[in-house]
Design a protein around this ligand. Sequence first.
Ligand code: 8YV
Length: 320
Amino acid sequence: MSKPKVLVTRRLPDAVHERLSRDYEPVFNMDDHVFDRDELLRKAEGMAAIVPCHTEKFTADVIAELPESVRIIANFSVGVDHVDLEAAAKRGIVVTNTPDVLSDATAEIALLLTLGAARRASEGERLVRSGGWKDWSPAFMVGTQVTGKTVGIVGMGRVGQVAARRFRGFDMTVRYHNRSRVSAEAEQGAIYHADLDEMLGYSEFLSLHAPATPETTGLLNAERLARLPDGAIVVNTARGALVDDDALIAALKSGKLAAAGLDVFNGEPGGDPRYRELENVFLLPHIGSATKETRIAMGNRAIDNMDAFFAGRGPGDRVA
Ligand code: 8YV
């Protein structure tokens, strides 16, 4: 039997390429450029599967034009906001993602941003690196203590739950908002708020872990930011779409927020240029899951999903 043809849109770890080459007929993108719409559609010709990253946008019109041969989009990502799931389902294209395997790595970045924003790490690093560190005083670079504070988690899914455990390592009180209450085992003593607005009043730190959906787009707006305690710190490792940038920037400028730590942005790559002008932000370029271990695990998870699909079993991580 001939092996299924697979388009792999971005360069993945060698171990993942090797496994793909063994069991599939892959087309790799070895120079790792981002396909535009036309190239994506052209390269998809004759493929049974596509393994994309969040950098490839499968809008309804792209999905409508995908060749008949494409039967599965096996994402190399947990987030699937780059894929119009309804359009895929309508065309009978199966869509999968890679949950679980990136939760630890992403939670690490949530903690890094929390600590970095609170303790002014990138500001301090810029100062030392620029040669501008000329003095020291007890009032110098004073930040916000993390230990013992209250963190509000928006989205108590897999990443949110791991982040909650890590926050607890700093003796933090964990509160969370989620569409529904999670099990006691997943909750581990965290306090559930059915009402997000209610939770915000307690959240000295706020960490975003919800997927980008029409319901969560712009969730952190001016009104919600105003509900946070003065001097709060916001961290986002989920998606830029959750944040109203005008409102967040205004809150950072006014001092309503002490700081923010952002790994994801509206308008990636690059993000809103106004963030670059602010001292009190700790900015990373969407590297939540960027560890050697996690990249390999994500690739294997995407292949597991394809294996199950082509073997006629339902892929475990089917989202459409
Ligand atoms: C990935 C992510 O690096 O998986 C996700 O949803 O946001 C990132 O951690 C990226 O999406 C890979 O496509």
